[in-house]
Write a protein of this length. Sequence first.
Length: 284
Amino acid sequence: MMRIDSHQHFWRYTPQDYRWISDEMAVLKQDLLPQTLQLALQRHGIQGTVLVQACSSVQETRWLLELAGQHDFVRAVTGWVDLSSPALQQALDVISHPLLRGFRHQVQDEPAPAQWLADPAINAGLRQLQKQEYVYEILVTHRHLRDAVQFAERHDNYFLVLDHFGKPDLSLGAAHWKQQVAPLAALKHVSCKLSGLLTEPRPAGMSARDLLPYFEAALEVFGAERLMFGSDWPVCLLADTDENPWDLCQQATTTLSSDEQAAIYGGNACTVYQLQPLPITGND
């Protein structure tokens, strides 16, 4: 089974395209490209990744697909498309690619995320995506998990994936988050990425180890069969220098069975994103 990082990004940094990168995120204000990530993947035994959009741009999606075609470790791409466009099908036809397996929009950055999730044009667009078996990744914060449930209930014809645990409010604790996310986890077509926790705002004194109860809660409500490891590289570089997502998830899953670990570290991503086996190399 391939070990898969289900969530990573690349970009050539420009302030106008990546407005979400604030002045406090100086380490992200640079080009972050495959060669740099590849070293980390090798250190942590990761054979493949899912490359995810980071700005609302079809041009970025085309570029990500070009990169994916040049680097064998990128096994799938989650891109961006304007779901509300009357010309959505034309846009999908233009960017169609064997490695394009899903789409995402940074709903959390919308002025009114709940309104966006309820928009009839957006919902019509998502129905169209699901008919063509594209995964859709939901990027919201804890403030809009209830709206995400209603959204997900309307769209059960293909896989939906909740990014970054749904960005919990860490000041309220794992039990509160579990209660919030349980209605979404009850929908069997929804999976969750074990990603992003290290860079969520933490109460003073909260260590990386204090995040482990969130993994335990995720296992209780989603089960190992609907969870996927994701590094959120390079955003994870914002964490303290002695913290990284690979080690954190390893700590959280060390007591699981080998089958459960295989599911979280690759099996589930292979199913959701229809990943193809790596080519066999070496001497005959």
